[in-house]
Design a protein around this ligand. Structure first.
Ligand code: PAD
Ligand code: ZN
Length: 366
């Protein structure tokens, strides 16, 4: 069975013939059909997200249930599923109080690269191979906890269904759940990648009157307009903070989203937020990165700065909802997929991600 394995940080993935154990109690084996290439996968390669190697990356994916372990009740063989990289333990403080995105257990296990019981299902020549947060979608088959296999409607092609698993729930949820963007508000989005495009279309869904897309690539900025952006700023050509001030009569925006993962763009997002507005950080920075915000401004400007993880969502509820919104034409999935690759082309897909070529590149399994 073929899988793309990261053996060493900073190096290319290698297509290997790996072994996969049968699903254990409460686990599900999925035959992967499609997997999106997210910048969070690249973050493991460049050590922004520290995880053990060798590891199978990929966390945004969809496929068909191929086998179920003892006690599994929510899915059966043949079901179409989209995978969830933050399975809720249902027992910790956050799961009990309605914030499964903050599940303590999922956070702990994700950093270990194992299944919930701390062991691995993948191996290569007898040596254990880890998997990126309880998913590992860059593999022909994977084994995941039952709560990571979310049943979905069957009329959506897998390459589109895969995207709800990360960039769509993260981007749309940051707008609707975290920021709770109000109709008629003003929004700026720094970073027009797979996640940023979904912040833009989420803001459009929420009825924002002004959506300012910021990126460094003109062709991508042009495409943001078909997702609802009303204005675009190329941050290589113009100072994005000054441009946003100009576009909002000197006020700043009600909501500024950072969707890259760099302290300097997070600072820009804070600076372009109006007094009492919200700055929402979605991008993942390096573990030791620090933000520099003018402390004096805090009481006088009373802005809120917050993070957003998994769009503060609940995949079991939100994936079906997002796919229904797509079916009724309210949410676009098809134009997010700007290129399809085979698993053998995985390193090309990562090169294209780094150069910002795609909205989303997707691996399709034959
Ligand atoms: P991506 O690589 O598809 O998009 C990043 C975009 O930022 C590209 O279009 C770049 O051109 C653009 N960019 C780069 N530098 C600048 C700059 N200085 N100014 C303006 N634009 C710039 O990434 P993605 O959308 O897959 O992921 C974005 C981040 O979100 C990344 O840090 C990822 O790890 C994080 C993420 N967070 C969550 C979450 O739950 N919070 C989930 C998924 C991804
Ligand atoms: Zn992701």
């Amino acid at each position: 069975m073929k899988a793309a394995v990261l053996h060493q940080y900073g190096q290319e993935l290698k297509i290997e013939n790996v072994d996969l154990e049968e699903p254990r109690k409460g686990e599900v084996r999925v035959k992967m059909k499609a997997a999106g290439v997210c910048h969070s996968d690249q973050h493991v390669i460049d050590l922004t997200l520290p995880l053990p190697v060798p590891i199978i990356l990929g966390h945004e994916g969809a496929g068909v249930v191929d086998a179920v372990g003892e006690g599994v009740t929510s899915v059966k063989v043949g079901d179409h599923v989209a995978l969830n990289w933050v399975p809720s333990c249902t027992k910790c403080y956050y799961c009990r109080t309605g914030r499964p995105d903050m599940c303590d257990e999922a956070a702990k296990i994700s950093a270990m690269g194992t299944m919930l019981d701390g062991t691995t299902r993948f191996s290569l020549n007898g040596r254990k191979v880890y998997q990126f947060p309880l998913t590992g979608t860059f593999s022909e088959y994977t084994v995941v906890p039952e709560s990571s296999a979310i049943p979905i409607r069957e009329d959506v092609p897998f390459e589109y269904a895969a995207l709800v698993g990360c960039c769509v729930i993260t981007g749309v949820g940051a707008v609707t759940n975290t920021a709770k963007v109000e109709p008629g508000s003003t929004v700026a989005v720094i970073g027009s990648g797979g996640v940023g495009f979904n912040v833009i279309q989420g803001a459009s869904l929420a009825g924002a009157k002004q959506i300012i897309a910021i990126d460094i690539l003109d062709d991508k900025l042009e495409k943001t307009k078909t997702f609802g952006a009303t204005h675009t700023v190329n941050a290589k050509e113009k100072d994005p903070v000054r441009e946003v001030q100009k576009l909002t009569d000197g006020l700043g925006v009600d909501y500024a989203f950072e969707v890259i993962g760099r302290p300097e763009t997070m600072e820009q997002a804070y600076m372009m937020t109006r007094k009492t507005g919200q700055t929402i950080v979605v991008g993942v920075a390096k573990p030791n990165d620090k933000l520099s915000i003018n402390a004096f401004s805090l009481p006088f400007q009373s802005k809120t700065i917050t993070g957003s993880w998994l769009g503060q969502g609940n995949p079991a509820v939100d994936y079906p909802k997002l796919l229904d919104l797509n079916a009724t034409g309210k949410l676009q999935l098809e134009p997010l997929v700007s290129k399809v690759y085979s698993l053998d082309q995985i390193n090309v897909a990562f090169e294209d991600l780094k150069s910002g070529k795609n909205i989303r590149g997707v691996i399709r399994f034959e």
